[in-house]
Design a protein around this ligand. Structure first.
Ligand code: SAM
Length: 315
């Protein structure tokens, strides 16, 4: 059995300990591995063939389609293909697209979800596999990653606000597929750039996009990541969603992580959507902060002198 996309708390993880799981998000992946599940970040080692493939449908339509094609390609000729998803994540439209192609298709709806299954036979759904995705010349992306279709305007605004003398050991927390990181590395005095990203697919794209020897890539939860030594700067465009809901707590944890990994003279450069309430967190975790710029829809924030446990000033 192959299970794609189920997170650590998903019932599919509790029930089928012999299955092969695919989970690209590092925090979930590591919790599943710690629970003894056979889990990998992508399909590289999950070659099959499998008798049953279940997709826990992700929110990103392109990723759902990519997984459908990958799962169908790995089934035995009699293997069963199943999708479990929320209506808000588009399970009904995927069912409509596939029901005519599945043999013995069956479907069950309950509450806001649908489970459907059938045999793919010789139709391996190859047309659902995505083409190579490029967000900008020289930058490839992948289905489901943040801003897969183009450069994020917040990152463009932040890159433009960075001081020309940005220098030393720097981290990009939530580095995505690497566009902002590449702009940081355009600063000659940057000696090392730690690119920290939880989404394995984004990090793989970043690996191809940013080949500068100063870049060190970490598949890691930025809120728990430890820098090898105190950093001179953190430059970041932190995530602000958990699932569908805006979640300023996630951005605040990123600010906490930045304060923790910076040295006493370190500086934070941050872009956020204008309405996100990060100022109080900056006030409590840094001795100095200011709003540098307010490009349309965004704000660029700069903070220095983290109040760290080292100087005993952190609340
Ligand atoms: C707003 S995007 C910025 C991406 C990239 N820096 C850019 O400018 O395009 C935030 C990134 O944080 C990543 N992310 C979300 N939660 C994370 C976590 N706990 N640890 C590390 N990265 C995370 C997301 O996958 C996403 O790529």
């Amino acid at each position: 059995m192959l299970v794609l996309g189920a997170g650590a708390g998903h019932p599919l993880c509790a029930a089928y300990s012999a299955a092969r799981y695919v989970q690209p998000q590092q925090p979930d992946h590591d919790r599943m591995a710690a629970a003894g599940l056979r889990v990998g970040p992508d399909l590289t080692d999950a070659t099959g063939p499998f008798d049953l493939a279940v997709i826990a449908l992700p929110r990103a339509r392109a990723l759902g389609h990519a997984w459908a094609a990958a799962a169908a390609a790995r089934l035995t000729p009699d293997g069963v293909f199943a999708v479990d998803g929320a209506k808000t994540d588009g399970v009904d439209s995927l069912f409509r697209a596939l029901r005519g192609r599945l043999q013995c298709a069956a479907s069950l709806t309950k509450a806001h979800g649908r489970l459907f299954a059938g045999r793919v036979g010789n139709d391996r759904l190859a047309d659902m596999a995505p083409d190579e995705m490029q967000a900008a010349p020289g930058f490839r992306t992948a289905p489901g990653v943040f801003s897969a279709d183009g450069i994020d305007p917040g990152s463009v605004a932040l890159a433009a606000a960075l001081p020309p003398d940005l220098a030393g050991a720097v981290a990009d927390l939530g580095a995505g597929w690497g566009w902002l990181s590449a702009q940081i590395l355009a600063h000659d005095r940057v000696t090392a750039l730690h690119m920290v990203e939880a989404d394995h697919a984004a990090l793989q794209a970043a690996r191809a996009n940013v080949t500068d020897a100063r870049a060190v890539l970490h598949w890691s939860d930025a809120t728990a990541w430890q820098a090898p030594a105190p950093l001179d700067a953190v430059v970041m465009n932190p995530p602000f969603h958990t699932g569908r809901a805006a979640d300023p707590a996630l951005g605040r944890s990123f600010i906490g992580a930045a304060a923790r990994v910076l040295g006493p003279r370190g500086a934070l450069w941050l872009v956020a959507n204008r309405h996100l309430p990060y100022e109080a967190t900056l006030e409590s975790l840094f001795a100095e902060w200011r709003m540098v710029d307010t490009p349309p829809g965004f704000k660029i924030l700069h903070a220095t002198r983290p109040r760290t446990a080292r100087n005993g000033a952190r609340p």
